[in-house]
Structures are given as structure tokens and as C-alpha cells.
Ligand binder design. Structure first.
Ligand code: TXA
Ligand code: MG
Length: 321
């Protein structure tokens, strides 16, 4: 592999000339850290639930939050999201660039439900670097990417900031020009969810009207994590090991259910299935007229922590969720 410059702790360090090698890794379900104009992202094929689960495992996040999906151009969004006039206006003004739009998902989008944490909206952007857009074109699929740092650490703005072992490969595009994460806006009604690389002033100038602000503490870091987060309509009971007449059972490992998150007890598989199966269990319980969704015990290790965190939020009284 002439394009591989070095390999440390399982992470290939790829030069900017190695786009095809990086794309091949992504298409096989691997993780590639790549440069955008804001920060380096830890990319995974957004249609591959296990690949997306590996992003959360690599970052060591104690909970799931929805990720930003990156595409090469607006055409690649046609099947994924609905764009109203405001969204079109912002996209034309700021893409490619450090603006993320939160838009309604279209039916048949084909993305893993772990990307959106089961929400019916998707955060998307067209990154500003030519290298990122060439990579996305070579992959031919939407790429989900949070910043390429372990949870709680600084976002990387150079390839050598990306820790060994975090990704299968790092594509080196030099330092990031912006060095700040993208600004996040929900266009309907125009609302600022996170400050970032594009100023609110610049956005307001283009819109010709002030933005609402939804930057309350806690939402700044993870706006998708609060009340808007997906929770099933049925009440959840956790750590259930036996089938009950009044519930649909979500199984795991040694506890088979009506739906089983992972029969072999694989936490990446369980994470990949989590939101989709919660939706399906909710529908099944409604059809069968059962008031509960029961969930088998999930071990408190690795991705199991994030799965348990999400389940306990869904099980909590709704005013605390
Ligand atoms: O500059 C950036 O945006 C970088 C580069 C890699 O593109 N990415 C990044 O991703 O900062 P991340 O995962 O660290 O931040 C994503 C943010 C989170 O705060 C998440 O809650 C929010 O976007 N988000 C994602 N989907 C959302 C949704 N449907 N509704 C509201 N917020 C959402
Ligand atoms: Mg981050």
C-alpha cells in the first residue's frame, strides 16, 4: 500500500492523495477521521448501523446523541430531507461551509436510526474543504461524523491531534481553517441551536430577520438530547428477564424477546438496533394493546452504558426525560 504513510496502534495515517483508500474503509464499515474546515470528523457510513455504533464506542460517550451527516453537495440530500425556502436560502448562502441545518427526514431515507437517535429530523451539512467533498463523493453515501476526539477531550484541528486507535484511518488534510464546530440552525422557525463557524449576524443578514435562540445550558452541547429526544409512547420497564402478558419484550443475549437487540449479546449490534427496535416495539405494543415495553438486562460495559442511559431516559417520567 504505497499510499499508507504510517500505521500506529491500528490507525493508518493517510496522505491527502489516499482518498480512494479512505473511501474503501468507510464503505466496508470502518471509521475514518477526515478534515473539514471546522474540525476533524470521525466518519462512518451513515447507512450502516454497526459502523455508527462503532463511532460511539470509539468516543467512549456515556450516552447517545444525534450526529451530523455530511454530504458532498445538495443533490445528495434529495432523498434524505425536506428543504423549505428558508433551508434553501441558508444552503445557497453558506454551503459548502460551517453551517449545519436540522431538517425533517424523508420516508425511505435509508439512514441508521442511531444517527438521529430515532428523531424524525436530521442534522446535515456540506463541508467546506474540497478534500472532504472528494472523499464523500468517492464514498457515494452520507457520512455521519462527530468531532474525532474521545468524549470530554478537545476537538482535533490537525491530523496529529487525532488519537491513535480512535479511527481505522486518518486522512491528513493539514490544519482546519475554522477550528470551531459548525453553527447549528433549525430553519422552521429559524432557530439557532449551537453557535459556531458562521456567526448569527451573518445568518440574520441573509434571512432578513432575527433568529430565535435555543441555547439553554445542556442544549448547547447536545440539543438533540433534551425534551425533543425520541421516547416511546409506552412506558418502559428495565432489567426484565421473563416474558409478561402485558408487555412487548425487547430481548438481549440470553433473554430472547419479541424483538431481540442482539441474540449473541453483541453491544454494537444492540446499539445499531436500539432506536429502530424501540419504535417497532412501541407499534407492536399498540397493536397488541399492551401497556408496557419490557427490556432485558444490558451489561454496564462499553456501549452498554450508552444503551442503558438512553433506556433509562425513555423509562423516566416524561417531564424529566
Ligand atoms: O463542525 C462540526 O459540526 C463537526 C464536524 C466534524 O462536521 N461535527 C460536530 O458533530 O460537531 P457533533 O456530533 O460533535 O455535534 C453534533 C451536534 C450535537 O450537539 C447534536 O445534539 C446536534 O448536533 N444534533 C444532531 N442532530 C440533531 C437534531 N436532529 N436535532 C437537534 N440537534 C441535533
Ligand atoms: Mg464534539
Amino acid at each position: 500500500m504505497a499510499s499508507t504513510e504510517t500505521q500506529r496502534h491500528g490507525t493508518q495515517r493517510l496522505s491527502a492523495a489516499s482518498i480512494d483508500a479512505a473511501a474503501a474503509i468507510l464503505r466496508k464499515g470502518g471509521l475514518v477521521a477526515f478534515p473539514t474546515e471546522t474540525v476533524y470528523g470521525l466518519g462512518a457510513d451513515a447507512t450502516d448501523g454497526v459502523a455508527v455504533a462503532r463511532v460511539f464506542a470509539a468516543k467512549g460517550r456515556p450516552s447517545f446523541n444525534p450526529l451530523i451527516v455530511h454530504v458532498a453537495d445538495q443533490r445528495a440530500l434529495a432523498r434524505l430531507v425536506e428543504m423549505d425556502v428558508t433551508a434553501q436560502t441558508l444552503a445557497s448562502a453558506f454551503w459548502p461551509g460551517p453551517l449545519t441545518l436540522v431538517l425533517p427526514l424523508r420516508a425511505g431515507h435509508g439512514l441508521s436510526s442511531l444517527v438521529t437517535s430515532g428523531l424524525d429530523t436530521l442534522a446535515v451539512r456540506v463541508p467546506g474543504t474540497e478534500l472532504a467533498r472528494r472523499l464523500l463523493r468517492a464514498v457515494g453515501r452520507p457520512v455521519a461524523a462527530p468531532s474525532a476526539n474521545p468524549s470530554g477531550r478537545l476537538s482535533p484541528t490537525r491530523a496529529d491531534h487525532v488519537a491513535d486507535g480512535l479511527a481505522d484511518a486518518v486522512l491528513d488534510g493539514g490544519p482546519c481553517a475554522v477550528g470551531l464546530e459548525s453553527t447549528i440552525v433549525r430553519p422552521d422557525p429559524p432557530t439557532l441551536l449551537r453557535e459556531g463557524g458562521v456567526t448569527a449576524d451573518a445568518i440574520e443578514k441573509v434571512l432578513g430577520s432575527p433568529l430565535r435562540r435555543d441555547l439553554t445550558p445542556g442544549r448547547v452541547q447536545a440539543p438533540g438530547q433534551m425534551t425533543s429526544h425520541y421516547a416511546p409512547a409506552r412506558a418502559l420497564r428495565l432489567n426484565v428477564t421473563r416474558r409478561a402478558q402485558d408487555a412487548v419484550l425487547l430481548g438481549f443475549g440470553a433473554v430472547p424477546g419479541d424483538l431481540t437487540l442482539s441474540a449473541k449479546g453483541d453491544l454494537e449490534e444492540a446499539a445499531a438496533n436500539l432506536f429502530d427496535y424501540l419504535h417497532r416495539a412501541d407499534k407492536m405494543a399498540e397493536t397488541l394493546d399492551r401497556p408496557w415495553i419490557d427490556v432485558a438486562p444490558i451489561p454496564e460495559i462499553g456501549l452498554g452504558r450508552a444503551i442503558r442511559d438512553r433506556l433509562s431516559r425513555a423509562a423516566a417520567p416524561r417531564d424529566q426525560a
